[in-house]
Design a binder for this molecule. Structure first.
Ligand SMILES: [Mn+2]
Length: 403
């Protein structure tokens, strides 16, 4: 990533800030095994740094933004065990931030900055009230005691205008994640056989992703055979796949924290049953119809409304409901969300689309009593005059899924 991009993002952030406002973003901490380190997306977005336990602050000075970064100081005795910490020079080179201090100076320096501030934006990630306070919350608590005049606010509203409009570089990261996810999906469809466990298909996906240079997935993959596909967030992936079952995949690799989010449903034996094909065709038609209406000015609720209309008609045709109002029995989620560094990215459920947004389109029909669940999800870039389907190369036509 080049520093120009990062500087541009920080300048954009400055536009939403007033003098006497300060932004404090904490990096993630290193978790215990078996969880792997995953950087805080806001920290990564504004610094480009993938290191744990750092802090960055932003303040508006006249028309410019002042940035200061706090990183861990390398202690030679510990570095023998843990490896070298990122140097100040290297941190400066990657982030383009000139003022770099060590974390042991954070408390003293932040107090000076806070002295003149009226409002402070922090990425607290408030979380579960039964959990012990995380270090960000401890920080906020301390500052509140010391500076009772400072208002605190969560950072999400401030960063939303930045992160929802994707830069070219970000789109290329999402595209790479999608393409590699697509390779994984194709490989799964090729290798899947009745009698295999769902987690064997997960292993194929993980292998393809790793082999192609990405280290992890953007979210826990859903690999759901037969009736499991009717559980929307089925993540156990530990059932045996039956002979005539379809398998629903809802998966996405992550590239530099940018996630793909793709759903495909295929017949494990290579042939749909008549009923499966009928349901599949209906969902596919809705998927295509909704993608076609994506353009700037259309809102996510507009997409939902149209989806409900189309799915209700389909459910009547499939003889599942008589009254269209009953559609919720077989379709119970939203058709779209923003996609980016977070799989369900910042942007909100009610947003009006703008060029540069990336969203999912994911209609589905779930019939637990028939052990059928179909979802077809594509990732769509909103362009100036319409859309670009970033996942159009991943097979979804009936002929492509049958052998
Ligand atoms: Mn999705």
């Amino acid at each position: 990533m080049n520093t120009k991009l990062l500087i541009g993002r920080r300048n954009k952030l400055a536009k939403g800030l007033d003098i006497a406002e300060i932004v404090i973003i904490f990096a993630s901490s290193m978790p215990d095994y078996p969880r792997y380190f995953l950087q805080d997306n806001n920290f990564l977005y504004f610094t480009g740094l993938d290191i744990p336990d750092a802090v960055v602050i932003f303040k508006k000075l006249k028309n410019k933004i002042y940035s200061e970064l706090f990183i861990e100081r390398g202690i030679p005795e510990r570095e023998v065990w843990e490896g070298k910490k990122l140097s100040r020079e290297k941190a400066k080179e990657i982030s383009g931030i000139d003022s770099i201090s060590y974390l042991d100076e954070f408390e003293r320096k932040i107090n000076l900055h806070l002295n003149g501030s009226k409002k402070c934006f922090v990425n607290t990630n408030s979380g579960d009230i039964s959990e012990p306070l995380n270090k960000k919350q401890v920080f906020v608590q301390k500052v509140r005691e010391r500076f009772s005049h400072i208002l605190f606010a969560d950072i999400s509203g401030l960063i939303r205008p930045c992160r929802t409009i994707k830069e070219k570089w970000e789109i290329s990261q999402i595209q790479k994640a999608i393409d590699i996810t697509g390779d994984g999906i194709k490989s799964i469809i090729e290798k899947a056989k009745p009698g295999m466990m769902e987690y064997e298909l997960e292993a194929i996906l993980q292998y393809e992703i790793t082999r192609n240079g990405l280290r992890h997935m953007g979210f826990k993959p859903i690999i759901a055979a037969g009736g499991n596909a009717a559980t929307l967030h089925y993540e156990a992936n530990n059932s045996r796949i039956g002979k005539d079952e379809m398998v629903l995949l809802d998966v996405g690799a992550a590239c530099n924290n940018y996630s793909a989010d793709i759903s495909r449903t295929f017949p494990v034996s290579g042939k749909f049953t008549k009923r499966q094909k009928a349901v599949y065709q209906e969902v596919l038609n809705v998927n295509k119809a909704i993608i076609k209406i994506v353009k700037p000015g259309v809102s996510l609720p507009d997409l939902n409304k149209k989806t409900v209309e189309l799915i209700s008609d389909a459910l009547v045709r499939l003889k599942l409901i008589k009254d269209k109002k009953d559609y919720q029995k077989y379709f119970m989620h939203n058709v779209s969300h923003h996609l980016g560094m977070d799989t369900h990215d910042v942007g909100g459920r009610d947003s009006v689309l703008k060029a540069g947004n990336v969203i999912t389109v994911e209609p589905g029909i779930y019939i637990p009593e028939e052990k059928i669940g179909v979802r077809i999800e594509d990732d769509i870039l909103v362009t100036k005059d319409g859309y670009k389907n970033l996942s159009k190369k991943i097979p979804k036509e009936i002929e492509e899924l049958e052998i």
